[in-house]
Design a protein around this ligand. Structure first.
Ligand SMILES: Nc1ncnc2c1ncn2[C@@H]1O[C@H](COP(=O)(O)OP(=O)(O)OP(=O)(O)O)[C@@H](O)[C@H]1O
Ligand SMILES: [Mg+2]
Length: 363
């Protein structure tokens, strides 16, 4: 009976040892003099130290100065029987690995008393992923709150704007004095700018669902070209539209894609000095179509390129900086679509939108 008991205990210990060795939680055991006695595989991975480097050493090798001070005080408090001790707490810490990288972790402790001495085991879990996830949730909650706030503010501003615009237009009909008329024009321009801003903010924070249908992107581009001609003429800009096929059918949200090209054309026009050229080209390939919007403006400096698609990045006095970020979001909502740019200082910029052709129809 006795030998059976012994076997059972040995098995049990063996199983426990392997369980602790194979768990994802780091186990670090110290004695009451802070000497490291046990360090499992997960602890090696977490701290970046091999067992040979730490076993028998003082806990100082693992923990930073601040942390070790608190730890020693906590152990002392426990040994002296202080009521408030750390044993049953779960605590968050930031540990510094051997390679200097910092990792957020959660610690819990267990104490064993054997032959009058205490042994403390810290069970440590890496919570970097949990933290990331938590941050993402916080961010999306913040965005949702922001969206709500923006819609409410937009709603409050819209009505007075409509009134200001309406009354200004009425006044323009009766006012004869040139100076006053010029002032009314400025008011109207500013009202339109604010309306544009409100619409863009709404699109950014509360976008309409994508409504997919099959449409001909070349017809869409032709419409936009005709729409832009007058504005270009006024600015002494030559605008060219070329397509190498009658039709290029794609599947997407026509209104949203129209907004993308409007933004690209508007940016191109705004980048061009008097007398420049804006080129819109549609090139059809086997199973995709590329649309290029090219200007011969100043190009985009390298230091700006990484920020172009971020909301509110603008170099313009009256820009919202939302045009490209909204465009990128719209493109990302369309499977298989992409947007890229090519820019040369002093020569100009090409924005390229690539879209898969709709394969349900022979083209
Ligand atoms: N074709 C281009 N040539 C040179 N710079 C460009 C071009 N397109 C975009 N940019 C740069 O990218 C910035 C961001 O463009 P985006 O369309 O997002 O905002 P914006 O044009 O400044 O404002 P909004 O679109 O609201 O009028 C611009 O301010 C400009 O500096
Ligand atoms: Mg723009």
């Amino acid at each position: 009976m006795k030998s059976l008991d012994l076997n059972y205990r040995e098995d049990e210990l063996g199983i426990l040892r392997l369980a602790v060795e194979n768990t994802r939680e780091a186990f670090v055991t110290i004695d009451q003099d802070h000497k490291i006695l046990f360090f499992n595989r997960a602890a090696e991975e977490l701290f970046g130290f091999g067992r040979k480097e730490v076993l028998g050493e003082n806990l100082d090798v693992l923990l930073g100065e601040q942390c070790i001070k608190g730890h020693k005080e906590a152990v002392r408090g426990f040994l002296e029987g202080e009521k408030k001790n750390f044993i049953h707490d779960e605590r968050e810490f930031i540990i510094t690995r051997k390679d200097g990288k910092t990792i957020p972790v959660v610690f819990s402790f267990s104490v064993a008393q054997l032959n009058g001495r205490h042994y403390f085991t810290a069970i440590i879990r890496d919570i970097s992923e949990l933290k990331l996830c938590h941050d993402r949730v916080m961010k999306s909650e913040r965005l949702a709150e922001l969206g709500q706030l923006v819609t409410e503010i937009a709603h409050e501003i819209k009505n007075p704007l409509v009134l200001i615009g309406g009354f200004t237009r009425q006044l323009k009909k009766v006012v004869k004095d040139e100076k006053s008329l010029a002032k009314l024009d400025v008011i109207l321009e500013e009202v339109e700018r604010l309306e544009h801003l409100l619409n863009e903010l709404k699109e950014l924070y509360l976008p309409r669902e994508v409504d997919f249908s099959v449409f001909d992107v070349n017809t869409l581009l032709e419409e936009l070209y005709l729409l832009a001609i007058d504005d270009c003429k006024n600015r002494n800009i030559k605008i060219v539209f070329e397509s190498d096929a009658d039709e290029a059918l794609v599947e997407g949200d026509r209104e949203k894609i129209k907004q993308v090209f409007l933004n690209l054309i508007k940016n191109g026009v705004e980048a061009i000095e008097n007398g420049g050229v804006l080129r819109i080209e549609s090139r059809k390939h086997d199973n995709y179509v590329e649309i290029l919007v090219t200007d011969n403006g100043p190009g985009i400096p390298e230091k700006h390129q990484a920020k172009l698609f971020s909301p509110f990045f603008t170099t313009k006095k009256h820009g919202t900086g939302l045009g490209l970020s909204i465009s990128k979001r719209i493109i990302d909502q369309h499977p298989g679509f992409s947007i890229s740019l090519d820019t040369v200082k002093g020569k100009g910029t090409t924005f390229k939108v690539t879209m898969p052709l709709d394969d349900s129809v022979e083209q």
